[in-house]
Design a protein. Structure first.
Length: 188
């Protein structure tokens, strides 16, 4: 929202100035209106990012703990965590090519389904070495989902507005850094 335009629309009555209670309440609700721009587009992306971040945040906590339960040493735990990152590094560019060819929605659905199957197999893994393989595979699938969401968001950025790009990234951070680890600790 353009600040100059919002100043021009501001009423000049004594009780509607920026310091009045009604104005403060309006400012408190303004962010909700901003999120629902373009039929809820920003809110939808935020919801996807929070959910994806929660899943990644939970796994970031639970996988090393599970590796410890399987008898993995510090070196193996580090390798398990790094192979997930290497898998992501290796598959991010191919994910972009797939998105260009088949579209964000298709690639996202495939990535989410395959990723969910791989995560659901985690409790059945009997050894740290097999956990390492499964986590590496999961790392290669991750970019199919998050790159799809990012590509779809950036395609709509001109309609959404550059000023709302931070909501997209911030929502992922909330899920990944705050909610995910908290839920992971509770489910442990």
């Amino acid at each position: 929202m353009d600040l100059v335009a919002s100043d021009e629309r501001r009423s000049t009555t004594p009780n509607s100035g920026p310091c009045s209670v009604s104005a403060r309440a309006g400012l408190g609700l303004a962010w909700i209106r901003e999120l629902t721009v373009s039929n809820g587009t920003v809110f939808g992306f935020m919801l996807l990012n929070i959910c994806g971040g929660v899943g990644a945040g939970m796994l970031g906590l639970l996988i090393p703990l599970y590796a410890i339960d399987l008898g993995a040493g510090m070196g193996e735990i580090g390798l398990i965590r790094s192979l997930q990152g290497i898998g992501m590094f290796v598959s991010t560019m191919p994910a972009g090519f797939l998105i260009d060819r088949y579209g964000s929605r298709r690639v996202y659905v495939i990535g989410a389904l395959v990723g969910s199957v791989l995560v659901s197999l985690l409790p059945a893994v009997p050894t740290a070495k097999l956990l390492l393989i499964l986590v590496a595979l999961r790392g290669t699938v991750g970019p199919l989902t998050f790159t799809s969401v990012n590509a779809a968001f950036f395609r709509r950025l001109s309609r959404i507005g550059v000023g709302k790009a931070g909501w997209h990234k911030g929502s992922m951070s909330v899920g990944l850094s705050v909610l995910g680890p908290m839920l992971g600790a509770v489910t442990r």
